[in-house]
Design a protein around this ligand. Structure first.
Ligand SMILES: [Zn+2]
Length: 79
């Protein structure tokens, strides 16, 4: 079979967030956290901060992964 246009596996969806405790900015895939979908607030991911291990929230990233790219060219979602 031939793929005409490649989609995205839900588990591979990229999320980005900033830890409210230590201000670490991080990027992760959906499977790494607990996915939640709220009617009012949209979808987000509940994850453990990679630095301080406290609970943090990540939001869907637009424009794909920044891993391996110059992070200054990407915009972090700051909510
Ligand atoms: Zn943290």
């Amino acid at each position: 079979m031939k793929i005409i246009k490649e989609g995205q596996l839900p588990d591979k969806q990229i999320f980005r967030g900033t830890c409210s405790h230590c201000k670490t900015q991080f990027e992760c895939e959906r499977w790494e956290g607990q996915y939640e979908n709220h009617q009012r607030d949209g979808d987000f991911l509940r994850v453990d901060c990679p630095l301080c291990s406290k609970s943090a929230i990540a939001y869907p990233a637009r424009g794909g992964s920044l891993i391996g790219q110059d992070q200054r060219s990407g915009s972090w979602i700051d909510r």
